[in-house]
Design a protein around this ligand. Structure first.
Ligand SMILES: Cc1cc2nc3c(=O)[nH]c(=O)nc-3n(C[C@H](O)[C@H](O)[C@H](O)COP(=O)(O)O)c2cc1C
Length: 158
């Protein structure tokens, strides 16, 4: 996801509405997460969720290797967390330093204070241009009362 261009395709995509999610994974002693807007539910039975992750993201290979991932649905008051996990890569830094979290059943990280979370087993990955669509089967989940954060590009890219 990038700053929107002024061409018709970018302008049309700019009318799509999204939530804001922090998608995490852990593998080989490394835990990481990235902010994702491109996430959606894709099946009732079994419950499946899909996230589109750029191939250049550090999280991309970590999710594939872990075979699992978490989807943290950010709450309205968690814009700073969306920026934290979305505006720098975990390739060279541990983004979880000073961020409270716990480990879910699959080993993926769950953040505190979120509107909801899903713990997912990776059941499919589908190449889609410069992204991969990771499909996860939900093995555990929780939802609280907080309203979810809605995506607004101006919150991140001026
Ligand atoms: C609000 C927001 C939404 C984003 N949505 C996506 C997304 O859906 N997929 C994606 O691959 N990157 C998305 N990004 C970009 C990644 O979060 C960003 O490149 C991140 O630094 C990657 O971290 P990593 O290298 O530690 O995996 C988004 C960033 C922001 C700020």
């Amino acid at each position: 996801m990038d700053k929107l261009g002024k061409d018709p395709v970018s302008l049309a995509f700019g009318k799509f509405t999204y939530g804001v999610y922090v998608v995490g994974a852990a593998h080989g002693g490394r835990v990481n997460a990235l902010t994702c807007a491109w996430a959606m539910r894709v099946s009732h039975r079994p419950p499946l969720v899909a996230v589109a992750v750029g191939k250049t993201r550090f999280s991309h290979d970590l999710i594939a290797e872990a075979g699992s991932f978490s989807v943290n649905v950010l709450a309205q008051d968690q814009l700073e967390l969306a920026r934290h996990f979305g505006l720098k890569s975990g390739r060279g830094v541990n983004k979880f330093t000073n961020i409270p979290y716990r480990i879910a059943k699959t080993g993926a990280p769950i953040l505190e204070g979120v509107a909801a979370w899903l713990d997912c087993k990776l059941v499919g990955n589908y190449p889609a241009g410069d992204h991969t669509i990771f499909v996860g089967e939900v093995v555990d989940a929780w939802a609280g009362d907080a309203a979810p954060l809605r995506y607004n590009p101006r919150d991140y890219w001026g």
